[in-house]
Design a protein around this ligand. Structure first.
Ligand code: PEP
Ligand code: MN
Length: 340
């Protein structure tokens, strides 16, 4: 249920409603909007008090059910779009400005990550990406530099000023990753790892939730709900391609997910055309199309020597290609009413 407060409802009235929600054994989530505050009351509804009785409390405009199975993620609860601030870095995701996250699939060493970080910064990227814990299909493939990789990403942040995003694969790694990273990434293969989702729901950092290889949009939003319901309001969704019968591309990038998500949820949406296509030369056209479709930003794999990359070389742009993409992206961004 959503308890919609009247415009100008006092803090005392809001606090009273929050207390009543707790008494009825639901969890309150306060969403302060520009005009009015709404309070989400979520929880298992069986055998509990009746929330519609709150309609008579002072300061309450009305009480409305949320029809979607996901509640806090739904645009029914929050009409305004969520803008996520990345720490105190000044980087925002979901506002008028596109956010471009770029960097190698894997951190491979100090020289590599520093060279790529400086280059993507010079080209205009807003964040650095790089994997320290790698979810590889084969156990014999490179598994990531782990904490050493996190330290190198931190070094690159210090050298360039770019905040970074990196993946966490397991609950046991969350403490460490959240200490270093500016945004914590949940990869495709973990989209329904509910223990991990609950754990990052308690993180102090924003969470970047990639779509699973075969999750529907509704299932994906239910995964976002796991994070939100644990108290972390900063969830970013990332479409990175899904499994279909098509084999020409590595995955099938579901561009139509962008307008669908922009209708169903207030959360920001980022597109990853690198994993979405798997082929370097198809990354720029899909990046431009993503912006036209209404994406809030892009995640792009970039490597200083893609042919020798330890993972995902075929889909990684080299440094001049990334710089060219950023130059061309400006026109698409402004046509879509965004800055870069
Ligand atoms: C990645 O971002 O490097 C990655 C492993 O992505 P995904 O989870 O989308 O495969
Ligand atoms: Mn990758």
């Amino acid at each position: 249920m959503v308890i919609v407060m009247k415009a100008g409802a006092s803090q005392e009235q809001i606090a009273h409603v929050v207390n009543r929600i707790k008494e009825l054994e639901y969890t309150p989530h306060i969403i302060a909007g520009v005009e009015r505050t709404v309070i989400g009351a979520v929880g298992d509804e069986r055998g509990k008090g009746i929330l519609t009785t709150l309609e008579t409390l002072d300061g309450v405009e009305n009480v409305v059910p949320i029809l979607k199975p996901y509640k806090l993620a739904s645009s029914e609860i929050k009409k305004e779009r969520t803008v996520i601030r990345v720490g105190k870095t000044g980087v925002e995701i979901g506002g008028g400005r596109l956010c471009v996250m770029a960097g190698p699939c894997s951190v491979e060493g100090e020289a590599q990550i520093l060279e790529v970080a400086h280059a993507v910064k010079a080209a205009g990227a807003h964040m650095l990406r790089g994997g320290a814990y790698k979810p590889r299909t084969s156990p014999y493939s490179f598994q990531g530099m782990e904490e050493k990789g996190l330290k190198l990403l931190a070094k690159a942040r210090e050298a360039t000023g770019l905040p970074f995003i990196t993946e966490v694969m397991d609950t046991s790694q969350v403490d460490l990753v959240e200490e270093y990273a500016d945004i914590v990434q949940i990869g495709t293969r973990n989209v329904q790892n509910f223990a991990l989702l609950k754990r990052v729901g308690k993180c102090r950092k924003p969470v970047f939730l990639k779509r699973g290889l075969s999750t529907t949009i509704s299932e994906w939003l239910m995964s976002a709900e796991y994070i939100l319901s644990e108290g972390n309001p900063d969830v970013i969704l990332c479409e990175r391609g899904i499994r279909t019968f098509e084999t020409a591309t590595r995955n099938t990038m579901d561009l139509s997910a962008v307008p669908v998500l922009n209708e169903l949820t207030h959360l920001p949406v980022i597109l990853d055309p690198s994993h979405g296509t798997g082929v370097r030369r198809w990354v720029p056209p899909m990046a431009f199309a993503s912006v036209a479709a209404g994406a809030d930003g892009l995640m792009i794999e970039v490597h200083n020597d893609p042919d020798r990359a330890w993972s995902d070389g075929p889909q990684s742009l080299d440094l001049p290609m990334f710089s060219d993409l950023m130059t061309r992206l400006k026109g698409y961004a402004s046509a879509a009413g965004r800055s870069l």
